[in-house]
Design a protein around this ligand. Structure first.
Ligand code: IZC
Ligand code: ZN
Length: 438
């Protein structure tokens, strides 16, 4: 008896803690270590994890407070709440008509160059009120939470005027305030050149640098600044200009880098000390080496490759073997990746990035938390961290990576509160045994 707790989870078949090297993300072989405790248990007091260990030991050590709750995980997989470090969560409308265009042979950049793609979502987002955006974003956040995501990054970039960018960032702030999911806001004013600036990219960049960035800073609406650095969108000098100014103003940096064309976005990320370079399908050898040297996190987005159907995926093994820390994200957005399912992303990462299940699990938890500057609070199950925990209805982490297309979540705990409970409504009731192996 001793430590007081008001939530005790026992009998985890595997308790995957993802506990790691502390202040930096995991690299190389560290990514194969997920800190598994067989027959594990976690104790939570208030919003914090207070003890982690084996079920037998912890049951003796912990005193449940009056009204406290014990959850018998019944052999299931218990792991940190998933962290999604790259999403475009808040937008209006949808772009299902692009599916047919894509099947007729148009590429993502061709659709954008014709004034569609992102620019369609920009038109709809400009027409929407802040309340409309909050309503849509809350719905997506609900779905994310029900699939185990407890923290996510969320970008602006569908306003492309100062007022509309601020409206979008305010919507992100409001969703963060009223939804269990914690959101980390990123300003992405340099997401596309708006129609009214066609052929005048440098003038639009000047607007981003001189007006939007200072306004976003003044209202404290974003922690990160990101740029869509891509052929036909923003080149290296334009991206450098935005990110340098953002850094001067105190933003942390991210880059949509080397997704389609090898422009040198990874090199720019390393040069500027960006926290992450995201996508990296076309990254150069030099870019990988430089990221490894600077500790730039590679945020890989296999759902986007899958959905764009180009057959190209980021060279994840090369990136991992070079010692670059890797995180995975959904890239949820209405164009290039209309899914926010990290469960699906985990399977795609195994099958197409050739990442091993343990690497994948670290990449959607602790390394993802590092990619958004939240590793001090979330991303692992350790005493002192926020009690963001997912219980999956599966026996082990390999099973979680191998099944896809169905929601495997059993319970989601956010800041010590059970926010998603599944099981009771199922035909066999709450106490049915963990999904059998077959
Ligand atoms: O709406 O198409 N890649 N930005 C860069 C996106 C995809 C989002 C979109
Ligand atoms: Zn993106």
């Amino acid at each position: 008896m001793g430590v007081k707790a008001d939530l005790l989870i026992v009998n985890a078949g595997q308790l995957v803690t993802c506990a790691g090297p502390g202040r930096r993300p995991k690299v190389g072989r560290e990514m194969l270590d997920v800190g598994v405790i067989e027959n594990g248990a976690v104790a939570v007091a208030g919003a914090e994890i207070v003890a982690v260990g084996k079920t037998g030991g912890l049951e003796k050590e912990i005193e449940l407070t009056a009204g406290g709750r014990m959850i018998d995980a019944g052999g299931r997989l218990v792991m940190p709440g998933l962290v999604d470090p790259h999403t475009h969560l808040v937008f209006a409308g949808s772009r299902e008509h692009e599916l047919d265009l894509k099947l007729q042979g148009l590429s993502y950049l061709e659709i954008l160059a014709q004034g569609g793609g992102i620019l369609n979502t920009v038109a709809e987002t400009r027409r929407a009120s802040r309340e409309d955006l909050v309503k849509a974003g809350m719905g997506y956040a609900d779905e994310m939470l029900s699939q185990g995501t407890t923290t996510a990054e969320a970008k602006s970039g569908y306003g492309l005027t100062t007022d509309h960018e601020i409206k979008q960032l305010e919507a992100i702030r409001e969703i963060d305030a009223c939804h269990p999911i914690d959101l980390v806001p990123t300003f992405l004013g340099a997401h596309a050149v708006p129609r009214e600036y066609t052929g005048r990219t440098d003038e639009y960049v000047a607007l981003v640098v001189e007006e939007m960035l200072p306004a976003v800073k003044r209202h404290s609406l974003a922690e990160f600044c990101d740029v869509f650095c891509e052929e036909g969108v923003f080149g290296i000098p334009q991206s450098r200009r935005v990110l340098q100014r953002a850094r001067e103003l105190g933003f942390k940096l991210k880059i949509h880098a080397d997704e389609i064309e090898p422009l040198g976005g990874a090199e720019l990320a390393a040069e500027l000390g960006a926290v992450s370079a995201d996508h990296l399908l076309a990254v150069s050898e030099g870019g990988i080496a430089w990221m490894a040297q600077r500790g730039t996190i590679a945020v890989l987005l296999p759902g986007t490759s899958f959905n764009l159907r180009t057959g190209r995926y980021a060279p994840a093994r090369k990136i991992l073997d070079a010692g670059v820390p890797v995180a995975l994200a959904s890239d949820f957005n209405p164009g290039s990746c209309p899914t926010h399912s990290l469960e699906l992303i985990m399977t795609l990462a195994c099958l197409y990035l050739e990442m091993r299940p343990a690497e994948v699990v670290n990449a959607v938890t602790i390394n993802a938390a590092h990619a958004i500057g939240r590793a001090d609070r979330v991303g692992s199950i350790e005493p002192g961290k926020q009690a963001d925990i997912v219980i999956f209805d599966v026996p082990n982490l390999a099973y979680l990576c191998y099944r896809f297309g169905t929601n495997l979540v059993w319970k989601v705990i956010k800041k010590g509160t059970v926010v998603i409970e599944r099981g009771g409504e199922w035909p066999h009731g709450k106490d049915r045994p963990v999904r059998a192996k077959f």
